[in-house]
Ligand binder design. Structure first.
Ligand code: 8X3
Length: 253
């Protein structure tokens, strides 16, 4: 049942840093109640200081842990919005040389983790009557690039799943939004992808005038999920002006 005057309530995955953390903070600043999910308890601690954020430690790929989170959130009044942000990239290897293990991890977190959390919360969102699912994919989910390898494959997978979900859930009045960021500079994404090589990570953004920030994406997400429920921004591709296309990045200096 829809109670339109009640504060909005969201679950944000991958909330311990980057886009997830920025989104949790931004939504609470707009009066939302946010359940912030991440694997790393210590990284969630600082978020928990913000009024309106309830931190929950959970690995999105673990069925039992996600079920426990759902129970906790059910007791606490449920959610109307699910933001599947958890994900990531490992490696920039060619397809010829990519590691099966890296690919498996990327499929686990980007595709199967999103599937697992979505399946757990769909009944709650259907019962609410005006549910929203927002999946953070990537421009890597619609454009292949050399070295994109497993990340391209995983994000194409998440992109495909998001489209299917939109078709299947419209009859339950669930809107499904996909946000596809391009070059976003966050504290962890590229460093993790490049296995801690900070100098190589720095080169990704070298000379780029204003790569996007986590806060930029949080603003886009907040806009999309606070529009009237019948308005569905199906797919939002967000790039910095300096990245006119995946292969065309303007660098100065
Ligand atoms: C991140 C965008 O260009 O690094 O999802 O693949 S890119």
């Amino acid at each position: 049942m829809v109670t339109s005057t009640a504060p909005r309530r969201a679950l944000v995955t991958g909330a311990s840093s980057g886009i997830g953390a920025a989104t949790a903070l931004r939504l609470t600043s707009e009066g939302w109640q946010v359940f912030a999910v991440a694997r790393r308890a210590e990284k969630l601690e600082s978020l928990a200081e913000q009024e309106g954020i309830i931190p929950l430690v959970c690995d999105v790929t673990d069925v039992d842990q996600v079920a426990a989170v759902r129970e906790r959130i059910t007791e606490d009044g449920g959610i109307d919005t699910l933001i599947n942000n958890a994900g990531g990239a490992l490696g920039v290897d060619t397809v010829a040389e990519g590691s099966l293990e890296d690919w498996r991890w990327m499929f686990e977190v980007n595709v199967l983790g999103t599937l697992n959390v979505t399946q757990a919360f769909l009944p709650m969102l259907r019962a609410h009557g005006e549910g929203t699912v927002l999946n953070l994919t990537s421009t890597a989910g619609i454009v292949s690039y050399e070295g994109g390898g497993g990340y391209n494959a995983a994000k194409f997978g998440a992109h495909g799943m998001t489209g299917t979900l939109r078709l299947e859930e419209a009859e339950h009045n669930i809107r499904v939004i996909e946000v596809l960021p391009g070059l976003v500079r966050t504290e962890e994404f590229t460093t993790k992808r490049l296995r801690g090589d900070a100098a190589a990570a720095e080169k990704v953004y070298a000379g780029v005038d204003k790569p996007l920030t986590a806060e930029d994406i949080a603003e886009v997400i907040t806009h999309a999920v606070t529009l009237p429920h019948h308005v569905n921004l199906d797919q939002i591709v967000v790039r910095p002006v300096a990245q006119a296309a995946q292969h065309k990045v303007i660098r100065k200096g």
